[in-house]
Design a protein around this ligand. Structure first.
Ligand code: AMP
Ligand code: MG
Length: 424
């Protein structure tokens, strides 16, 4: 297609995807209660990125009991009133309190060795750290001993009171929070066993192309591995989608068959390949309810978007990407990732953006928004990784930046500033 043909601006297609996909996912979103333990999968695995859909409430106080902030002596502050260096207070040493033991009440006139995190005995109201005691070492357990203190303390010193972090019934993690390590940690600590989360959207991912072979199977002449299937499944999984993946040849009946047999709960269909102007464009020729056209972007010009019928007649959004691998992943980054990230609660919803000077001059087609692959050099300048070709998958894998060369720009010189997204 030449550049005289009207092309949809990138921003308009981004809005269109948000309209069609964002709306459908929000409307169809189901809430499920899941055990906290089931969320403890490594980040980036399908379903690992979860957004709470209801407030999670503490089941218990945190801390659960008054405990010591120091290794030291639990004391009654009143016993130390008037202690000075020249006139220290001597107390009998009670049985030590290691972590995980419940001590007896502290008798007046005694001090109990207490370890960090261990319960402060009933009756004690402060802890003197071991370095401030005389002698500054604990006596052997079981041997009668005396310890001297040379200064008074205020009640509460080095005591972490029960409930000082969280009180049972407090909202621990409000609805709409991404469950990262710290959130999962506090849920476990406060005894919460299950949380309500938005169900991960189930995406039917279809790689189209009669030349495609599933990874790991033998490759015949003129065949190639389905890189897009793995790449897009990984990208979808990373932002919290569940993926069912199929490969279909360039045969409308095969594509229709896969859509008819789509799992019941599919929320979105994503395809790769078969959308451009060639003769075997299975997606464009089969899914005639959808819009197919060109977006003013390179790579990723040919795009499809719409609502299609799957299974027993359910209407779901379709996002159709071109087949060239770099086009497919760049299209995902530009159009779909932000919408899905917002729906699943993946953060950041947008790739971190930056601006830096070019290390070298670049040319770009003036009528297109060109997205190049790049990285920063040691001086913080943007270097291109490979050329603009949309088949250069190894360069995509080596790059750390997507570099934006906006429409209207035909050449930028070394030192000119460019916008980039970190995509790794
Ligand atoms: P298409 O958009 O179907 O015309 O495909 C454009 C180019 O991308 C062709 O060279 C295809 O062989 C290649 N291609 C299509 N799908 C895939 C895929 N899933 N993995 C790797 N390359 C692909
Ligand atoms: Mg094809």
């Amino acid at each position: 297609m030449d550049h005289e043909t009207p092309r949809r601006p990138v921003e308009r297609h981004q809005e269109a995807v948000r309209d069609v996909v964002g709306r459908a996912l929000t409307a169809g979103r189901r809430m499920v209660q899941v055990p906290v333990a089931s969320l403890l999968t490594p980040a980036g695995r399908p379903g690992a990125v979860r957004l709470t859909a209801a407030d999670a409430v503490a089941a218990a106080d945190l801390p659960g009991f008054d405990n010591s902030q120091m290794d030291g002596y639990a004391v009654r502050a009143a016993d130390l009133a008037g202690a000075t260096a020249s006139d220290p207070v001597a107390l009998g040493v009670a049985a030590p309190v290691p972590a995980g033991t419940q001590p007896p009440p502290l008798l007046a006139g005694t001090a109990a060795p207490v370890m960090t995190g261990a319960p402060v005995p009933l009756g004690a109201d402060g802890v003197v750290k071991i370095e401030d005691a005389s002698p500054p070492v604990f006596p052997d357990p079981g041997t009668p001993a005396t310890v001297r203190f040379t200064a008074p303390i205020t009640p509460g010193t080095f005591v972490r009171p029960a409930g000082s972090d969280v009180t049972a019934g407090d909202v621990l993690v409000p609805a709409g929070t991404v469950l990262g390590p710290a959130q999962l940690g506090v849920l476990v600590a406060a005894g919460v066993e299950a949380v309500v989360v938005a169900e991960a959207p189930h995406v039917l991912l279809v790689s189209t192309g009669s030349e495609l072979v599933r990874a790991g199977e033998p490759l015949g002449p003129a065949q190639l591995y389905d890189a897009n299937g793995t790449m897009l499944a990984a990208a979808l999984g990373e932002i919290g989608c569940r993926v069912t993946h199929r490969i279909v040849p360039d045969d409308p009946a095969a594509l229709r068959g896969v859509l008819t047999r789509a799992p019941d709960d599919v929320a979105l269909v994503v395809t790769s390949g078969g959308v451009s102007a060639g003769a075997y464009e299975v997606v464009r020729q089969t899914l005639t309810d959808a819009w197919f056209g060109h977006v003013a972007v390179q790579p990723g010009g040919p795009q499809g978007l719409g609502t299609i019928t799957v299974g027993g007649g359910r209407q779901v959004p379709l996002v159709a990407f071109p087949g060239n691998p770099v086009s497919a992943l760049v299209s995902f980054e530009l159009f779909l990732r932000p919408v899905l990230a917002a729906a699943t609660g993946s953060t950041p919803a947008h790739r971190p953006a930056g601006r830096a000077p070019l290390a070298e001059a670049v040319d770009s087609p003036a009528h297109l928004h060109q997205v190049r692959r790049g990285r920063l050099d040691a001086d913080g300048r943007v270097v291109m990784v490979g050329g603009p070709g949309s088949h250069l998958l190894a360069h995509l894998a080596a790059a750390t930046l997507l570099v934006h060369l906006p429409p209207g720009v035909s050449r930028l010189e070394a030192g000119d500033a460019v916008d980039h997204w970190e995509f790794r």
